[in-house]
Design a protein around this ligand. Structure first.
Ligand code: ATP
Ligand code: MG
Length: 377
């Protein structure tokens, strides 16, 4: 698939802006603060329905305006039109081929893409929420129903948490029965999440460890599922390829740990506490890895996400590279460029790197000139 046209209206620094793309590699270049990342942000908004930069919808509206609109045409076997409109203090309206989507989750799987930006280093350096976000975006694109499972799970966790807060140390039989009811639902919903995350980590790890070895010339990347439901010891006792078993064991451990949850007034057991441990050979990268080793691991991971999406969906995802080339050495740049065969890739940068010039065919767009040509800009 490839993005063929994009129209932005009052989105970030763009008042009214049109841009056409062709398949293959396009390089959008220009000085800092021009609006290059904003364009990739708009494209990725049609993938997950929100900003990859964790910005609020209201922040995406051009200063002083009341709403933004994004219209995107995607060519695959047919042309698909996706439009997103957001008015201040209202909900977001999403249309696919002219039809409103009743739920945001229905957007998943329409446009599939991988974005790689310098902030992705946070995947290794920051807390577990970053790694859960990475898994959730990737798995939702692979299996759109996962997005709904996640919503359902989060809803139950919120309700269970509010119950735990309200009962305030009253460890009575009736309170325990109520929590037990929530735990039943939590295990049902949670086991679906755990099952898919475990599968995803195993699959992506196989690809990423090889890629990391090729790029670094030596080191094998290992990824380990760090469950928020089961301790390391308990994990050895669970068959993660069996959803029913995960559900049963989750229920059992939730029951065993109910007193602690009542004491802490919080639901602290479940996939909302999941994490991934990244290791180079046997050493935790977060603790022991150099900056370059962390960067290589993230690069391997992003390339693997792209490969997994291709393999599992049989489709061609869009690859968005936001200002990452300048941060990589020549070998790493080449490894990345080698991945770009046969897929649409939108690259942003301040200047065109030598490695880009080595690509057999690419289109370069000087954003400043284009902005000048847009009369309403
Ligand atoms: N809501 C908004 N309304 C108007 N302008 C905005 C809004 N949000 C961000 N901007 C502007 O967008 C510009 C930044 O755009 P963007 O991050 O795309 O730049 P960039 O070209 O990627 O720059 P860099 O090369 O530094 O990464 C800034 O000038 C900023 O002031
Ligand atoms: Mg940028």
């Amino acid at each position: 698939m490839f993005v063929s046209d994009i129209h932005l209206n009052n989105f970030r620094n763009y008042k009214s802006f049109d841009l056409c793309f062709s398949d293959g590699v396009t390089v959008l270049y220009g000085k800092n603060g021009l609006g290059k990342t904003n364009i990739l942000e708009a494209v990725f908004l049609t993938v997950i329905g929100k900003s990859f930069r964790n910005s609020k919808d209201a922040d995406l509206i051009r200063y002083g305006e009341q709403e933004f609109n994004i219209n995107l045409s995607i060519k695959e076997d047919i042309t698909e039109n996706i439009s997103i409109k957001y008015e201040k203090n209202r909900e977001k309206y999403i249309k696919v081929n002219g039809f409103y989507l009743r739920k945001m989750g229905h957007l998943m799987g329409n446009v599939i893409a991988v974005i790689f930006s310098p902030e992705d280093l946070q995947l290794i350096t920051e807390g577990p929420a970053e790694r859960r976000k990475f898994m959730d975006i990737a798995i939702s694109q692979l299996y759109p129903s996962y997005y709904f499972d996640l919503l359902q799970y989060n809803k139950i966790i919120a309700q269970k948490n509010s119950l735990l807060k309200n009962i305030k140390f009253q460890n009575s039989a009736s309170n325990r029965a109520m929590i037990d009811l929530w735990n039943d639902q939590l295990s049902e919903a949670g086991s679906k999440i755990i099952y898919k995350r475990y599968e995803f980590i195993n699959e992506i790890c196989k690809i990423a460890s090889e890629k990391n070895k090729i790029i670094s010339g030596k080191e094998t990347l290992k990824m380990q599922y760090d469950s928020g439901t089961f301790t390391l010891e308990e994990m050895g006792d669970v068959d993660f390829t069996n959803k029913e078993e995960i559900c049963r064991k989750m229920k059992m451990y939730l029951l065993q740990k109910m007193d602690k949850e009542i004491e802490r007034e919080a639901a602290y057991i479940g996939p909302h506490r999941d994490d991934i441990i990244f290791k180079l050979e046997e050493n935790d990268i977060k603790r022991f890895g150099s900056q370059g080793q962390k960067r290589t691991a993230v690069l391997s991971l992003k390339m693997s996400e792209l490969e997994l999406l291709k393999k599992k969906t049989g489709r061609k995802p869009i690859f968005l590279l936001d200002d990452v080339l300048s941060e990589l050495d020549i070998n790493r740049q080449r490894a990345l460029i080698n991945e770009l065969t046969n897929i649409q890739t939108l690259i942003t940068c301040t200047h065109i790197e030598e490695t880009i010039k080595g690509i057999s065919s690419f289109k370069a767009i000087e954003l400043e000139k284009l902005i000048e040509k847009n009369p309403l800009q």
